[in-house]
Design a protein around this ligand. Sequence first.
Ligand code: IMP
Length: 423
Amino acid sequence: MNIILVGTQWGDEGKGKIIDILSAQVDYIVRYQGGNNAGHTVVVGDREYIFHLMPSGILHKKKICCIGNGVVIDPLVLLSEIKAIKKAGIDIKGRLKISTLAHVILPYHRILDCLRESKRKNKIGTTGRGIGPCYADKIIRCGIRMVDLLNPEVLSEKLKDNLKEKNEIFKKVYRHSGYDFNPIYKEYLNYGKLFSPYVSNTAHLLNQAIIDKKDILFEGAQGTFLDIDFGTYPFVTSSSTTSGGACIGAGVSPVKIDKVIGVAKAYTTRVGEGPFPTEFSAGFGKFMRERGHEFGATTGRPRRCGWFDGVAVKEAVMLNGISELAIMKIDILDGLKEVKVCTAYKYKGKLFKEFPHDLEVLTNLKPVYKTLAGWPKMRFKPRCLRDLHPNARSYLKRLSDMVKAKIALVSFGSDRKDTISLD
Ligand code: IMP
């Protein structure tokens, strides 16, 4: 079975844990978009791993992990993850495959990301990792790809071309001294040598795997509302985070996909700027942030927290073709007197049951809530749905009915064992 796993909110839904669980059941795990703006946390026993680029499935012996053509790669970050994994005693020989077509983040992308952000009136709150500028170069057709690092002449020509234009922009627009060719050329040529054992045509590899009846998990990064098309633009990331991105970012046809699984937190979080209809008030937000340890895995920034947004997740279910949902961190709502679910939005007297696209509406609307009774803190670890308090079960049923997707899994802790399967 070929499964795509996506986030249904603004990222940080807890995809890392579900990817880790599903990885045990498949042969190949593929990252298909984003870069080291992502941070997937996986807890195994008393060890915590945070991956930014490496597919989290690497922790499972014998699984093949691919970084697809849709990913943007900061070589230094990937190298340090490879090093850390090897140090943890995990053998990656023959298991890590990097697409020849994946674009590479260069030092000027990182700086441009920060400089552009500093000039913007309405800041996006990017991770500052150079993601947007790297994707921009890809789209305007001057990007440098993994395969280019393996060819000294091509790399030299492309880098010279890029620096000529970019150094003018640096100097004239940002009053920055720009970059010299030689140090970057040497550094990236060396990355080419270091990565060459891993670089290959991953689209061929994956399509052959499908012919051989192998199972593939496509792991999405970020979330639906950070999607470049369907997210709260311009407060989004620069890639297609929705399920369609998996086909483009891996080179696998949509007809080969069997299922799309969505991941949602039992509440909502968002890092960075932009509309967030169900955001808590400052005081309660701080309380929930500390309770849920809601700090970014990549930048450590405090995450904004809010109630579950049924309108948004329903939209995500539709956009991604989600049939099954994993609901994460239900335990963080334990002990609250009441819990709320957003069922619609209101703006200037008009009721919105669908996610609006107009930024003015999105920014100023008021959520319409259904308030449900809370439930006490769990005294023991639930093993099945029946072990959950009836009010927690009602809450889950309400979410599932609202967003029109079956809840297949409920998670109440970071450990692999802290999970209830509802199949
Ligand atoms: P960028 O992807 O660094 O350009 O950041 C654009 C927006 O996406 C910012 O609001 C970031 O905080 C947000 N973002 C990017 N990656 C993640 C993620 O993995 N989790 C949550 N938010 C993210």
